[in-house]
Design a protein around this ligand. Structure first.
Ligand code: NDP
Length: 270
């Protein structure tokens, strides 16, 4: 666990923070000393309130902020609310994401659009507002070496094709170049943009893949490290990626996947 000095004086916004990986990131960033804005959809108010309460009970600072990340005016209002409450923003964890799976020939245009709008357009809208705020505020070298940091929550499926999930794989593949392009455009401003690509992490998004013994066994065959990941595995990596410990890291994807991208099917010589 990181200590409070790691991110003290910094403000972080985590999207989709009412469950799973986003929740773990919000908790870990707060433990590392950041003031945290917990983004959630209107339906998740109780979960977001309980997260904010637990961060405050542990001595941290947090506020809930409602927005659908795929809606431009809601994203702009959310950033205005965060800056109004905390003065600025130093860290964006672009985490909100969904799956809507279907065989390719059955996938509807609505399924395609919804996943692209939340997983890809949502990350564009939030990253754009974050970069605007970093540039407006200017350097604060006493707080962080970088002007600002963005982590895009991607997936091993930015690399591994995924039958039955064309919309999801396309959204994460697109994200890889979106992330690198923003990183390239703003590196000279000392804005660092990176991606975290989780493997199989135990959260509601993939409950079917781990909740029964048979499913978990099938999943484990794809994970050389021999265990399903936990949200905290991702949160620890995110804390490092947004801290000065990784100050020379930008435009890269950190795979946190227990070796899932090592082509385990080739272990016995293919
Ligand atoms: P969860 O379903 O637990 O979390 C996703 C969060 O995003 C939920 O809180 C969800 O709210 C929120 N959300 C969905 N749509 C929107 C929206 N339009 N605006 C704001 N928030 C929204 O899943 P994970 O924690 O697993 O997923 C987090 C990220 O990690 C995603 O980007 C996912 O693609 C990525 N990931 C996850 C992996 C895993 O194995 N778990 C593997 C690789 C990547 P609600 O619950 O109300 O829908």
């Amino acid at each position: 666990m990181w200590d409070r000095d790691l991110l003290s004086g910094q403000v972080a916004l985590v999207t989709g923070a009412s469950s799973g990986i986003g929740r773990a990131c919000a908790e870990a960033l707060a433990r590392a000393g950041a003031r945290v804005a917990v983004n959630h959809l209107p339906a998740e108010t109780a979960e977001a309130r309980s997260l904010v309460g637990s961060i405050r009970d542990a001595g941290g600072e947090a506020i809930p902020v409602v927005a659908d990340v795929s809606t431009e005016d809601q994203v702009r209002s959310m950033f205005a609310e965060v800056v109004g409450a905390f003065g600025t923003l130093h860290i964006l964890v672009n985490n909100a994401g969904i799956q809507s799976d279907a065989a390719f020939t059955d996938m509807t245009l609505d399924q395609w659009r919804k996943v692209i709008e939340i997983n890809l357009t949502g990350q564009f809208l939030c990253a754009r507002e974050a970069v605007r705020e970093f540039l407006r505020r200017g350097p604060q070298p006493e707080v962080s070496k970088a002007l600002g940091k963005i982590v895009c929550m991607s997936s091993v499926h930015q690399t591994i094709p995924w039958a039955g999930h064309a919309n999801y794989a396309a959204s994460k593949g697109g994200l890889a170049l979106l992330m690198q392009t923003i990183a390239q455009e703003f590196a000279s401003h000392r804005i660092r943009v990176n991606a975290n690509a989780p493997g199989a992490i135990r959260t509601p998004i993939n409950r079917d893949a781990w909740s029964s013994e048979e499913a978990a066994e099938e999943l484990l065959a794809l994970i050389p490290y021999g265990r399903i990941g936990e949200p905290g595995d991702i949160a620890d990596a995110v804390c490092w990626l947004v801290s000065d410990l990784s100050d020379y890291v930008t435009g890269t994807t950190l795979y946190v996947d227990g070796g899932m991208t090592l082509y385990p099917g080739f272990r016995e010589n293919g």
